[in-house]
Design a protein around this ligand. Sequence first.
Ligand SMILES: [Zn+2]
Length: 423
Amino acid sequence: MDLSLDGARTQAIPACTVNGRTYSAPRRPTAVICYDGCDPAYVAAARAAGVVPHLVRMMDEGFAATALAAMPTFTNPNNVSIVCGAPPSVHGISGNYYFDAATGREIMMLDAEGMRTGTILAGLSGIGVRVAAVTAKDKLLKALAKDLDGIAFSAERADAATQEGNGIEDATRLVGRPTPAPYHPDLSLFVLDAGVKLVTEGKVDVAYLSLSDLIQHAHAPGTAEANAFMKAVDDRVGALLAAGATVGIVADHGMNDMADDAGAARVAYLADTIDAAFGAGRVRVICPITDPFVRHHGALGGFVRVHVTDPALPVADVLGTVAGTEGVGEAMTGADAAARFDLPPEREGDVVAIAAPGFALGAHRADHDLSALAGTRLRSHGGLAEQAVPFILSHPLNEAYRAKASGPLRNYDIFDFALNGVI
Ligand SMILES: [Zn+2]
């Protein structure tokens, strides 16, 4: 049918389908921020302190809700879930590390075979949308940039970016300041400043901006340091809004205090507990939060996997011991965890333990370097207590997505809502 005859022909908006969902090319520049470790309590405290006017405007005039992060509530599984629009059972990344039973080695998931599926970012670039992925941590870059024909670089290695490898030559020139020091909160602000430049200078149509949770690991909601960081992020959000962008904000996980009244970390060391019950060397306890980039949580989080390496030791016995350990909120078989949390079953342990609120889980006490905490309270994530995250959009939802938002929301719905769901 030739619609041009009636003079009402409209150009169809290009769209791509990724992991079973369709994403429209944006009508406005669109920035999605993964606000690493931004527990909803940080937003509430900053709002009460009056330091985040642009976030407040988004919440009041656009859309704001609480969504659930993917389990385990770690950075890599959730960043990958967000850019894939799908849970770990689809893309295969269910932690930073997994245990390879064949070799007995712990392997970084993103370094191994990587993701099994494509990303929304690559899908959009494939239909001609100009896309940028900017991340604080270089470790995430390979996953975010998978098959992406666009701009992709990390703040950590901004000065090393090349046109050929990253779609941009020396990204410090874009931002106008040197690569931030490693292990510094400015890594996140550098990411946002890059996003502001790319959007306001009309260089991209869609930007994914992934921050780091250095501040949240060290500072509770409402503290001077946390609010100062919230304000610094809010300033950049304001610049994106002023440029007329759709802004979507979501987090990869929340963050909770895991220390006692005296300030000491409250940790259940499950490998020590299992060794005491059954003898040493019969299991491997994997802490999938382990991350060479982040030192100050001592590789302690709210989710661990226990692999029973001695076939003579019944899994049910280990499960019983883990479940009865103080600090464990829930324990289940790996198969049950995979089914309940949409995880790839072949990368699960025999037993999965999730921390009780206010506790962290570890392997052997000797495996964890708590000196990196340097006298600060342990704040971390990984369990169900850190699953609630903000889900905020700058613009109101259309009718179809208002209906959709009345059901359960996941953090990895954010691109769907930002691209398809706003007025
Ligand atoms: Zn994180």
